[in-house]
Design a protein around this ligand. Sequence first.
Ligand code: NAI
Length: 335
Amino acid sequence: PPLPTTITVTGAGGQIGYALLFRIASGAMLGPDRPVRLRLLEIPQGLKAAEGTALELQDCAFPLLQDVEITDDPRVAFDGANVAMLVGARPRSAGMERADLLAANAGIFGPQGAALGDVAADDVRIVVVGNPANTNALIAAAAAPGIPSDRFGALTRLDHDRAVAQLAAKLAVAPSAIRDLTIWGNHSATQFPDVAHATVDGRPALDALADALGGAAQAAAWLDDEFVPRVAQRGAEIIAVRGSSSAASAANAAIAHMRDSILGTPAGSTSAAVVSHGEYGVPEGLVSSFPVTSDGSGYRIVEGLELDARGRGRLDASVAELVAERDAVRALGAL
Ligand code: NAI
């Protein structure tokens, strides 16, 4: 039988953790043949919730689940980890300034990155879900110089899947008909969901939209006035309707991010925030969302796509926000 994959989930006692762990244990992430060992990291206040989740995991009698360990020590949690899903983060509390939020999270993701560098398996792959996800990933990667930086990513797959779903609904097609849509930039309201290179059943999405909406101008207006803001503000919409933030959809996206990195992306590109080497003019070292593919060895940025002036402007605005976050974190001495 194949060796078990060790998967560490931080913030395991939280709501995303509760939606994530059962699906990982069922084989939804790595397939029906790979046994898994789960390591749950929590802060002391979260340990009881994580323990309760572990009891329920046991009660599922999952055939693939070999072991569950719970700890509040990152060095125990990440020991031998092949996959690390960094979900736990410090949320913004009332009256908290952005700099305070960045500082609080630097205090989490710096030490967790260092622990990963010290004790994780050589093949570890890391996805940061906890916000501000891109900058938290930047901090963790900087604290782990021994881990190749392309092993770190931040989650924009939820934004990607939201965009696919909105476009599919508008065109009355199945989400699976849509390929090669891209989320660019930061996982924040400045993100740029881009359909310029997307296809619908093999034909350009822009043509399909123009046909469906009565012309190219109508398609452009729908994209600017409805699609982009709806996707970028979907997190707020979910909070307003559900009364708490996206959890099951975020967990689903985190699973899809890691599954596609490890098992590959045969059906075209997806979106993930990864370390820039200067692609598309994004400053080297920033963790930005790009179109990516994987052959199973991890995400690679798809190069050579054209951005028109509008798209360029939107990407530049989101990258400016990432630069400001990086500079704020640098000023704190966390980079
Ligand atoms: P939650 O508050 O329900 O759970 C977070 C858990 O993390 C808590 O149990 C807390 O005790 C734990 N935690 C806090 N600091 C920790 C640390 N240093 N080490 C280990 N555990 C720690 O929050 P929820 O809903 O599960 O969301 C988690 C994060 O995911 C938030 O930052 C949220 O903003 C982010 N998120 C990101 C999305 C994305 O697309 N990138 C989508 C949805 C949420």
